[in-house]
Design a protein around this ligand. Structure first.
Ligand code: PLP
Length: 402
């Protein structure tokens, strides 16, 4: 038996659903001397980021950049647009949707939580039906996650917008894109989203600690009368200072250095190519899971996530012990399990700066770890992924002669 080294050898295989591996080019861009955040060089950097990030959200309106994790941007979205006691319609797609709902309660809002079994995305028809029922127009916002990171289910934003329009309801639409932005198609303006919440540490390939609110004119108008208390999160202060290339407080200079390069890299690859790559890696992963004879948490292919595949482990298998063994033996991290799936699943993140060969390394480590951990499975998952990737690159897979 091989004795594991006390020092992990080689690059860590970071296959959690974010933070994602940071490209060397971004690390180098961040490894520069700190500049004066009130000086002209900073103003040039800030303007480059503030303009560039709009192209990622696909908006011509402002995008507010916070020195905070995604949770902060959730709070900013709510406190800038809503007042104490306001009703908001949210959807329980999984753990992160639940955390946002708890935050809404703590802030003094009244969230109504549409249930799911944590194995599906948002149903636009359910939103439409609920909004049609709301004759008094008491619901002030519909809030949901584009991609539920805890389960790997992607929801149809444009269809929810259509459902809201069909119901003729004036509620604001707020969408969390923390684990989908810069990994799959997203169109803030075209889809009529009022506040889009984003985070740095996933598709943008940056460290954690920066997050975003993309805002519509309607959201900006709502912010003029919203009465929830806010100070640090206030859009007004930010927008006023951003106009001249500065921030109301000391900004995260090095994160901005990284962000400028991240935006360049995404456009150099081409956003559509970035999205196609994520779809390819996700499909290869799902084919591996099916070949292993295991179940994908997301039940309906129409909700499949391009960034995360959550895998149900067979009855009697401790998924957390499996993850620990995989880390110890193969230096690979998978995403943890939550809520009703605690100990019963693990998540494979395939987002950010990841290519086909990196994914295959991760899937190979997964298949080997199944064997070592005694997880009942069929062989051939890695082969199924390879066959798919070859065909996705235009090749033909010939079966070996019997
Ligand atoms: N929303 C989603 C979809 C997430 O995946 C996460 C974190 O992974 C969050 C919100 C919370 O973001 P953070 O942990 O950066 O505060």
């Amino acid at each position: 038996m091989v004795k594991n080294s006390s020092r992990p050898i080689g690059r860590h295989f970071l296959h959690i659903p974010g933070p994602t591996p940071i490209p060397d080019r971004i690390l180098r861009a961040m490894d520069t001397p700190i500049i004066d955040h009130r000086g002209p060089e900073f103003a040039r950097l800030a303007k480059r980021c503030l303009e560039g990030i709009k192209t990622i959200f696909k908006t011509t309106n402002p995008v507010i950049i916070y020195t905070a994790t995604g949770t902060g941007a959730w709070e900013a979205a709510l406190v800038n647009t809503l007042s104490p006691g306001d009703k908001v319609l949210m959807v329980e797609t999984g753990q992160f949707a639940t955390l946002w709902k708890v935050m809404a309660e703590r802030l003094g809002l009244q969230p109504e939580f549409l249930k799911t079994d944590w194995r599906t995305g948002v149903d636009p028809a359910a939103i439409e039906a609920r909004l049609r029922d709301d004759k008094a127009k008491e619901i002030k916002a519909v809030c949901f996650l584009h991609n539920e990171t805890s389960t790997g289910c992607l929801s149809p934003v444009a269809e929810v917008r259509k459902a809201m329009d069909n119901a003729g309801h004036p509620a604001l639409l707020m969408v969390d894109t923390i684990s989908s932005l810069a990994s799959t198609d997203y169109r803030h303006d075209e889809w009529g989203v009022d506040v889009t919440i984003g985070g740095a540490q996933k598709g943008l390939m940056l460290p954690p600690g920066m997050s975003f609110n993309a805002v519509s004119d309607k959201a900006l108008a709502a912010s003029k009368t919203a009465r929830l208390p806010k100070s640090f999160w206030s859009w007004d202060d930010m927008l006023a200072m951003n106009k001249v290339g500065f921030f109301p407080y000391t900004p995260a200079t090095q994160m901005l250095q990284g962000l400028a390069v991240s935006i360049d890299m995404l456009h150099e690859e081409g956003l559509d190519n970035v999205f196609a790559r994520h779809h390819r890696l996700a499909e290869a992963t799902r084919r591996a899971v099916r070949a292993w004879g295991l179940e994908i948490i997301c039940k309906d292919p129409k909700y499949y996530s391009p960034t995360i595949t959550a895998v149900l482990t067979p009855e009697g298998v401790d998924a957390d012990a499996f993850r620990a063994l995989a880390l110890d033996t193969f230096n690979i991290s998978f995403g943890a399990s939550f809520g009703r799936f605690t100990g019963k699943m693990f998540r494979i993140g395939h987002l950010g700066d990841i290519n086909d060969a990196m994914l295959l390394g991760a899937l190979s480590a997964t298949e080997m770890a199944f064997s070592l951990a005694g997880v009942p499975h069929k062989k051939g998952g890695v082969q199924a992924a390879m066959d798919y990737l070859v065909s996705a690159h235009g090749g033909t897979v010939k079966q070996a002669a019997e």
